[in-house]
Write a protein that binds this ligand. Structure first.
Ligand code: AMP
Length: 176
């Protein structure tokens, strides 16, 4: 990993204090997305990590995960699969319930999205507490897929997300 490049990317991530609620520092990636150079660099850095991993499918969660997930899938020459909140996918689904800070949520994937033993890469923008990523990894496994790696643009290390993801390979381009 070229740390100079990733330090450069940090200049294009904007902290929004108390969004969407008090106490949260939201990592706004839209400045990085609108700049062709930083968008390209991010995708290239992701692909450098995953190009030799024989990935069959990239799985991402709504909504910002779709941005990088689909570009990375295209660049790696593999399929893209969306994971969505309950009730959004039109066909038969497999679902998983997971805990949020307050309460619970349900994520779904199409029943026929993953073939048995597919090598799956999970991509999202931010790894915070790790709860969402853990749920998506379990969902993929429930469908018979193998989670080869999880890739994030940003990891919030102070929330200790790896605690929940001990059995997985994790790549985070930028750490705070
Ligand atoms: P978590 O389950 O806590 O790891 O949260 C991960 C999901 O919430 C990701 O899909 C992120 O897009 C979003 N998220 C959590 N915390 C932040 C944050 N501080 N800034 C931006 N997005 C966040």
């Amino acid at each position: 990993m070229n740390s100079k490049f990733t330090e450069d990317l940090k200049n294009y991530i904007r902290d929004i204090v108390d969004f969407p609620k008090k106490g949260i520092i939201f990592k706004d990636i839209t400045p990085l997305l609108k700049n062709p150079k930083t968008l390209n660099l991010t995708v290239e850095l992701f692909c450098e990590h995953f190009k030799n991993k024989k990935i069959d499918k990239v799985v991402s969660m709504e909504a910002r995960g779709f941005i990088f997930g689909s570009i990375v899938a295209y660049k790696l020459g593999c399929g893209f699969i969306p994971v969505r909140k309950k009730g959004k996918l039109p066909y038969k689904t497999v679902s998983i319930e997971y805990k949020l800070e307050y309460g619970k949520d349900i994520l779904e994937i199409h029943k026929d999205a993953i073939e048995k033993d597919d090598n799956v890469l999970i991509v999202d923008d931010v790894l915070a507490t790790g709860g969402t990523a853990e749920a998506v990894a379990k969902l993929v496994e429930k469908c018979g897929g193998k989670v080869v790696c999880l890739g994030f643009l940003i990891e919030l290390t102070y929330l200790n997300p790896k605690q929940k993801l001990k059995s997985y390979n994790i790549v985070s381009l930028i750490k705070y």
